[in-house]
Design a protein around this ligand. Structure first.
Ligand code: CP
Length: 371
């Protein structure tokens, strides 16, 4: 099957990515093939700057190193002008609605990235409202620009991360994750109560591609019900499997890839919602302290040499930044330092693929050898 067939490429034209669950597996496959092809062209020095003079605007309501740089790197390679702003410095902080924000940014931009990941129930809904604001503005003014919205991490999913992880795993396993035993595990972190969206995104994506996915976490660290249901459905449709355990050793035994990372206790992530709505910073800080105290009861959830020895010579993955000495031992991180950097570098090509597939009308020509 030619994944870069013009009909398949055309199906991605104009598309935003707000969760991978919104996209068919066939379309995700095409996007992965576009990303792999763009990576090969970029690494061999081909010019790909077909979107010269266009503005790639991104708003971040949370910290980021890798995703900001992937957005800017992808836009620059395509000839776009990347701009990354702190979302809290926009008028959203003064009550501007997401639709208004979308309309105002979409008026000038040619693509919009958003990170809004800290509060359950808010980030993905914000992005959908922003997209509606842009689309309504473009329709009302007869503006034919295509302005895709790209989720750069929300409360539900981190799709450019999970797609980068899948691209990296496919490369590692020689083309496919089907039949591979992959463990996504909670790991201890003292630094902050991290969002749930990375494990949610990874388990709900890999199960759709035939992987045997094990999710491990201590009691109280459940993920949201919706992505858990997506993972179960994905596994049953793809011939993969999905199981959940509270035993990290059991989850590591025989795994061919392990993805141990921290996330916050679900009950406290939910408590944040009301405190955030009330603007109660004292309560938000108290919830954070309770979450970290909860984490500290599980210091033994670390990816170390002993646990790696239980695996089937597993590849170690992490979205980064990792808490070294807590989520992962320094020895394991040292051993996989180059691999996690290569994993992170896939994101620039996933973002590039999203922007190019949404916006370049003759994508097949671009993919056949650049400009
Ligand atoms: N993994 C990831 O999204 O990294 P940043 O938070 O640095 O963007």
């Amino acid at each position: 099957m030619n994944l870069l067939d013009p009909t398949r490429l055309h199906a991605l034209h104009g598309r935003s990515l707000l969760t991978t669950h919104d996209w068919s597996t066939a379309d995700l496959d095409t996007l992965l093939a576009v990303a792999a092809r763009l990576e090969a062209l970029d690494r061999s020095g081909h010019r790909l700057d077909v979107l010269r003079g266009e503005l790639a605007y991104a708003m971040f309501f949370d910290n980021s190193t890798r995703t900001k740089s992937a957005w800017a790197g992808a836009a620059a390679r395509l000839g776009m002008h990347p701009v990354v702003v702190d979302g809290s410095s926009t008028q959203v902080a003064h009550g501007e609605t997401a639709e208004e924000t979308g309309a105002m940014l979409g008026m000038n931009a040619h693509a919009l990235g958003v990170r809004h990941d800290l509060i359950l129930g808010e980030g993905n809904a914000f992005m959908r409202d922003v997209q509606r604001g842009i689309d309504d503005y473009l329709a009302a003014t007869g503006d034919e620009r295509v302005v895709p919205v790209v989720n750069l991490q929300c409360d539900v999913d981190h799709p450019t991360q999970s797609m980068a992880d899948l691209l990296w795993l496919q490369e590692h396993f020689g083309g496919s994750v089907a039949g591979r035993r992959i463990t996504v595990s909670w790991a201890y972190s003292p630094s902050y109560a991290k969002p749930l969206s990375v494990p949610q995104g990874v388990v709900s994506l890999l199960t759709r591609f035939g992987a045997h996915v094990t999710l491990a976490h201590p009691a109280g660290y459940d993920l949201l019900p919706e992505p858990m249901a997506w993972a179960a459905e994905g596994a049953s449709e793809s011939g993969g499997s999905f199981r959940v355990t509270d035993d990290m050793d059991h989850a590591f035994t025989g795994a061919e890839a392990v993805y141990p990372k921290s996330w916050g206790p679900l009950v406290m992530m939910r408590e944040r919602v009301a405190a955030n709505r009330a603007g109660d910073r004292v309560e938000l800080a108290a919830i954070e302290q309770r979450a970290l105290a909860h984490n500290a009861a599980h210091r033994d959830w670390i990816c170390d040499e002993r646990r790696m020895a239980l695996t089937d010579d597993a590849l170690y993955l992490h979205c980064l930044p990792a808490d070294i000495g807590a989520e992962v031992s320094s020895g394991v991180m040292d051993r996989f330092r180059a691999e996690v950097a290569r994993e992170a570098n896939k994101k620039v090509y996933v973002v590039m693929a999203l922007l190019a597939a949404a916006k370049v009308t003759d994508l097949a020509t671009l993919l056949s050898g650049g400009v």
